[in-house]
Design a binder for this molecule. Structure first.
Ligand SMILES: [Zn+2]
Length: 238
């Protein structure tokens, strides 16, 4: 797993050059944002060890397989770890039959796409929009999935976007964009118009702390904020 510092508090861990998760330093250890795919747990634990701090919390942007894949193996090896996910997204986190993959009343009636394998590890905390989780402001960024959340580090302006924005190829994209070399976020996106509306909302009603960089689930970290969101919207209109 490739380990790369991306800000004063964040480290990017990349698996196979395609999937990112992040260790965000807090006063008592790390918050791990997402887990990539199954089989990544030992490498994530080794990365935290090499950085001399324990993982205290696992925070999930959404319940797709390439974000929760290593949750169970990590939870087994981190007794007492806190596991947090958005309240809406938590309906997709359990394995069947508890898992609910149906749109709720009032949501676009699109079918959920992408892999939702579910996990045996239950969430210990359900996040609400605008909640402050450690140093991270939780922002509702639905669209890629119905309950997707992104996390803004209010200390350094890093927005951990999950799949609400992707940067494959080094450019910002609203999910639903899928180049031939990486079509996953395209095929796995639930409702692209909702994703577009959320990016518009982040521009017109920005978070109190300005976005300084995007740290996505797929692609490199990009420096910038509003300009990157606007560039992604221009591509949608093109
Ligand atoms: Zn996804």
């Amino acid at each position: 797993m490739k380990i790369k510092p991306i800000s004063q508090h964040g480290m990017q861990l990349t698996r196979f050059g395609l999937m990112n998760c992040y260790l965000v330093r807090e006063s008592d250890g790390f918050t791990l944002i997402d887990t990539t795919i199954g089989g990544s747990g030992d490498q994530i634990l080794a990365a935290a060890r090499s950085l001399d701090a324990p993982i205290r919390r696992i925070l999930l942007t959404h319940a797709h397989v390439d974000h929760i894949g290593a949750l169970d193996e990590l939870a087994t090896k981190l007794p007492g770890v806190q596991v947090a996910i958005g309240d809406r997204e938590s309906l997709m986190l359990p394995k069947p039959p508890k898992q609910n993959l149906n749109p709720l009343p009032g949501e676009p009636p699109c079918k959920l796409k992408g892999g939702y394998p579910g996990a045996n590890t239950p969430a210990t905390h359900l996040i609400s929009a605008q909640e402050l989780f450690g140093s991270l402001r939780c922002l509702a960024t639905e669209g890629h999935t119905p309950g997707h959340m992104s996390f803004l580090d209010e200390r350094d302006g890093t927005l951990y976007t999950g799949d609400a924005m992707v940067t494959v190829g080094g450019k910002p994209h609203v999910p639903g964009y899928g180049p031939w070399f990486f079509p996953l976020p395209k095929f796995a996106t639930w409702d692209r118009p909702t994703s577009v509306a959320v990016i518009q909302r982040l521009i017109s009603d920005p978070p109190l702390i300005a976005i300084a960089r995007l740290a996505p689930g797929h692609g490199p970290v990009l420096e910038g904020g509003r300009n990157l969101l606007e560039a992604a919207l221009l591509e949608v209109k093109a």
